[in-house]
Design a protein around this ligand. Structure first.
Ligand SMILES: [Zn+2]
Length: 305
């Protein structure tokens, strides 16, 4: 199945969330707005789709992470569009709940806009005239909502489903129960007739059942061996930190990352007691996989930002 023409998918990298635009008579709706640092690029990419960002009529965030809400302010300023989120996300934003947003934990600092309207599981919402079912999808983030469009059998899957994967599971902040929540979400999504999924990161998913099955297997692996889960998070978060700080002197990067709260918790879960060595080994792994280059002792990622 092809993407319907009124839905546009802007694929970003692992630093920015993808942006999804829904076009119709009520004005364009944007779902997830990327990172604050790349807000100008986000506006350009929207314009490159032939959509005037000033005309955006509604901003939607799937969950409370900064790589999904960072463009909200820039878009609100120029369009005056309201922000819609889940009830849980709205409460997190209103309270500026830095723990729920993982801000101090990963060493970043953002202040979200507050939501103007809220949705919850089971709501039917019209996004620029197109009806969607709201599906709560706890796991990666407890406040996540997804959007299912039955006529096009299309799911906006945020970080609950990437291609054969999902967003990191932060068992230290949320407890190990998030693995079961993610599994429950996968089982629930398997009950829907989905031909196309538009994820929060990575490419459009065309084999949705295959991707859900692969994710289920991965999650079962995490349950069986928590070290695999910790490595999954460590790789993603180290790469995100590099994308954020690049180009950065190698030792600066190692020192910076090894002092963040998440390495305190996840290095031991990966079997390390030396946090610097934990970071050094992740960089070595990136180097071997061609995900990283070093230019005069400065680290630069080869992954799309
Ligand atoms: Zn996320």
């Amino acid at each position: 199945m092809k993407l319907p023409p009124q839905i546009r998918f802007i694929q970003r990298g692992w630093f920015n969330s993808n942006n999804i635009l829904i076009l119709g008579d009520d004005g364009p709706v944007i779902i997830d707005t990327g990172h604050e640092a790349d807000a100008a690029t986000t506006l350009h990419l929207i314009a490159a789709e032939g959509i005037d960002p000033h005309e955006i009529s509604l901003i939607v965030n799937t969950h409370c992470h900064w790589d999904h809400f960072g463009g909200n302010r820039a878009l609100k300023v120029i369009s005056d569009a309201p922000l819609a989120t889940s009830k849980q996300t709205a409460a997190i934003f209103a309270a500026n709940d830095r723990e729920a947003m993982w801000l101090d934990y990963f060493g970043v600092n953002f202040v979200p806009e507050t939501a103007d309207l809220t949705w919850q599981d089971g709501d039917m919402v019209e996004l620029s005239g197109l009806p969607f079912e709201v599906i709560a999808a706890p796991g990666h983030a407890p406040d996540t909502i997804l959007f299912y469009q039955p006529d096009h059998k299309l799911l906006i899957s945020a970080d609950a489903l990437h291609e054969q994967d999902c967003g990191v599971l932060n068992v230290v902040v949320h407890g190990f129960g998030v693995v079961d929540s993610a599994l429950t979400t996968v089982d629930r999504l398997l009950t829907y007739d989905i031909e196309l999924a538009l994820p929060g990161h990575g490419p459009i998913i065309t084999d949705v059942v295959g991707s859900l099955a692969a994710l289920k297997k991965r999650l079962a692996g995490f349950k069986h061996d928590p070290r695999r889960l910790a490595y999954h998070l460590a790789r993603r978060v180290t790469m995100a930190a590099l994308l954020e700080s690049q180009p950065i002197e190698r030792q600066n990067f190692i020192s910076m990352v090894s002092e963040l709260p998440w390495t305190r918790d996840y290095a031991p879960l990966c079997g390390y007691d030396d946090r610097e060595q934990f970071v050094i080994d992740r960089l070595a792994e990136f180097q071997i996989r061609g995900l990283l280059r070093t230019i005069e002792n400065m680290l630069v990622s080869n992954v799309q930002r």
